[in-house]
Structures are given as structure tokens and as C-alpha cells.
Design a protein around this ligand. Structure first.
Ligand code: ADP
Length: 377
């Protein structure tokens, strides 16, 4: 451990310099006075004392000698004090430069960040304590920069998403006004589709902002997952059958008791199952498996669909991310569903992750929930 890197030891060292300079000067002066250059007053006093013929003369000589001696001590102490003051001023200037320069930089940089310059960073000073402050400040600045970037991206994404249905709607309205489209049921149905898309998007955005802000209301309770799975599968089965998809629920005969919010659990499952239906070509199959693991209950939704390229997997749960934007937009997906689902899973103490062997080789989504704590009798 390098002690010199710590501000505490630099302060101790600066104070020690002052003490050492003072003491050294006293010693040097004492040496000079007693050994090398005996002050003139003392020499004179000594000579007078030696030449004194009477007791009265000796007493006078002694007084003068004492006076000269006190003078020389005073001089040496004054020189030492002067030296210590100079050393004190120099070491204080050195120390305050070491402390004040980074502090001034910190004040300037925080001011610049307050004015929106989020790329601002501090140069890390050599002393450990100030380096810690600078590093923490830089981390905070980086986090602020990321939040700002996300905000800008979010606004861009939202306006982009809103533009698609609005453009569609505008096209139909212009067509109606110009008489290009007949004002019949089909045109209105198309317009209604666009309005529904817009409504769905706004609902999704509202749900997203709530989950991301941690403002979702959860009502966790202990319940058996199997009947809920059966209910969700039954609810979505007609959609799967319309696409000739085989849907299988593979669950153990025992109850799988979890501690979670049943409505939110159903919402996540519905999202995973509707994605599986959307991204699996006709004739494929979807398998839902549920099992008890040591620390949680696991549900997997596996499909034989279009799969997910390995490069896309890390981004799948990011807002507005779609592997194939054109395809997903035409089928109504906004790329928010999985983001909301994962936040809901996290809020319930669970996890949601995706895996796929590659394009056209199907996908597996794994959703976990905390096991209900067994009541000991
Ligand atoms: P979307 O509303 O677009 O489906 P999601 O957030 O639910 O939004 O999904 C994000 C993207 O993840 C989808 O656009 C799609 O590219 C991919 N994806 C989700 N589920 C599957 C799946 N079962 N098979 C293949 N790709 C999927």
C-alpha cells in the first residue's frame, strides 16, 4: 500500500515538515552559538567576567553575560520560528493545491453537467480519497449520460411507432376525401384497425412506463400454477388452432404452488404464447412445460417457429426491439411485450429469459416464479 497516495498521510507529512524545519533550525542555531560563532555580547561578557577585579564588577559582568545569553537564545528561537512559518506556508500551499484543484474541477464539472453537458468527466487525482470522489462522480456522470441517451432514443422510438398507424389513417382519410376510397364497410374496417393499433400502442406505452417506474400494483398470493396454466392455454388455443398449431401442456400431476400475482402471471404467459403463435408457421407446435426446481418453479414455452438469431438474443427484452421490424410491424407487434413481461417477472421475484438454437429452429422462453414457502406443521 502506497501511503503517499493517501491524503491523510500527506497532511501528516506536511505538518511533520514544519516541526522538523523548526527543530532543525533551533539545533543549527544552538550549534552555531555554542560551538562556532560565539555572539559578540557573550564574548564581551566573558572577557569582563575574567577581568573583574571586585565582586561588584563581577556581578555587573555576570548580568551582561546573562543578558547577552538570553539575546542569543531569543535570536535562535526567532530564526527557527521564522523558518517554521515559511515551511508551514509552503507546505500549506502545496497541500491546498492538491486538495483545492480537484475540488474546483469537481465544482466546475458538476455545473457543466447541470447545464446538460453529460459527457463531462473528471481527471482522477493521485490521492486515494480524492480519486474515490472523482471516480464516483464519473460513474454518476456516465449513468446520467446513459439515462439521457435512453430518453432521446425513447422519444425517437415512440414517435416512429406512432407515425405508422397515423400515416395509415391519414392515407385512408385522404383517399375518402378525394373519392379514391369508397366510404364502405371495408375502408372503415381498415381505418378501425389502424385506430386499434394506435390504442394498443398507447396502452403498451402506458404499461411500459408503469413497469419501468416500478409502479405496477401487484397482489401476490400463494396459488397452484397448474389450473392457471390450463386456463391460459384454453383461452389461446382457438388462435393456435386457427393456424393449425399443436399446443401441448406438459405439467406434473402434483400442484405447483407459487407465490406470485395470478393476473400478472397469466399476462406474461399470454404474451409468450401469443408470440409463439405469431412466430410459428402453420402446422408447427407449441409446448408448455411446468416443473418444480429447488429454488423456483419453472415454466417453459417452446415453439418450432422462426427462431431467434444468436446476435438478437441479448436485445430481445429491450424496448421496441424486433428481430425483423417489417414483419413484426405488419402483424401488429410493437416490440414492447417482452420488455413488460420481463419487468413483471422481475417484480414478482422471478426471471424471464430466451434461448434459440438459431433461425428456423424454434425458440424457448423460460419463465420462473418463486416457490411458495411450505408451511411446516
Ligand atoms: P412484438 O410485439 O414485436 O412481438 P415482443 O417484445 O413481444 O414484441 O417481442 C420482441 C421480438 O422478439 C419480436 O419482434 C420477435 O422478433 C422476437 N420474438 C418474440 N417471441 C418470439 C418467438 N417465440 N419466436 C421468434 N421470435 C420471437
Amino acid at each position: 500500500m502506497n501511503l503517499w497516495r493517501q491524503l491523510r498521510w500527506r497532511i501528516v507529512a506536511a505538518n511533520m515538515v514544519v516541526v522538523i524545519v523548526g527543530v532543525a533550525l533551533v539545533l543549527v542555531m544552538a550549534h552555531l552559538i555554542t560551538r562556532t560563532v560565539t555572539p559578540a555580547g557573550v564574548q564581551q561578557g566573558l572577557a569582563q567576567l575574567a577581568a573583574a577585579g571586585s565582586a561588584a564588577e563581577a556581578a555587573v559582568a555576570q548580568d551582561e553575560l546573562l543578558f547577552a545569553f538570553r539575546q542569543s537564545i531569543l535570536t535562535s528561537v526567532s530564526v527557527a520560528a521564522g523558518g517554521a512559518v515559511i515551511a508551514g506556508i509552503l507546505s500549506s500551499l502545496f497541500l491546498s493545491r492538491q486538495i483545492l484543484r480537484p475540488l474546483r474541477q469537481l465544482a466546475d464539472s458538476s455545473q457543466r453537467i447541470a447545464h446538460g453537458h453529460y459527457a463531462e468527466r473528471l481527471t482522477v487525482p493521485p490521492s486515494d480519497e480524492l480519486a474515490l470522489v472523482a471516480n464516483n462522480f464519473n460513474q454518476m456522470a456516465e449513468a446520467l449520460e446513459q439515462v439521457e441517451q435512453q430518453r432521446v432514443t425513447l422519444i425517437g422510438n415512440v414517435s416512429h411507432e406512432l407515425r405508422t398507424p397515423l400515416t395509415g389513417l391519414k392515407g385512408y382519410l385522404e383517399g375518402l376525401m378525394d373519392g379514391v376510397f369508397p366510404s364502405d364497410e371495408e375502408t372503415f374496417a381498415h381505418m378501425y384497425q389502424e385506430v386499434r393499433r394506435l390504442g394498443r400502442l398507447v396502452d403498451d406505452l402506458q404499461a411500459l412506463s408503469k413497469v419501468e417506474a416500478g409502479q405496477i400494483s401487484l397482489h401476490p398470493q400463494t396459488f397452484d400454477l397448474i389450473p392457471l396454466l390450463a386456463r391460459v392455454v384454453a383461452q389461446i388455443r382457438p388462435q393456435a388452432e386457427a393456424q393449425s398449431l399443436r399446443m401441448t401442456l406438459d405439467a406434473p400431476p402434483l400442484p405447483l404452488t407459487v407465490l406470485a400475482d395470478p393476473d400478472r402471471t397469466a399476462q406474461i404467459l399470454l404474451n409468450l404464447l401469443s408470440n409463439a403463435i405469431r412466430y410459428t408457421p402453420d402446422g408447427g407446435s407449441i409446448t408448455i412445460r411446468a416443473s418444480r426446481q429447488p429454488h423456483h418453479t419453472q415454466i417453459t414455452v417452446e415453439d418450432t417457429g422462426i427462431g431467434i438469431p444468436a446476435a438478437a438474443l441479448p436485445y430481445l427484452f429491450e424496448r421496441f426491439y424486433r428481430v425483423d421490424p417489417s414483419r413484426a410491424r405488419s402483424s401488429g407487434g410493437s416490440g414492447i411485450g417482452l420488455t413488460i413481461a420481463r419487468h413483471l417477472a422481475w417484480a414478482m421475484g422471478g426471471e424471464l429469459s430466451a434461448a434459440s438454437p438459431g433461425p428456423n429452429q424454434g425458440s424457448v422462453f423460460t419463465f420462473t416464479l418463486p416457490n411458495a414457502v411450505e408451511q411446516s406443521l
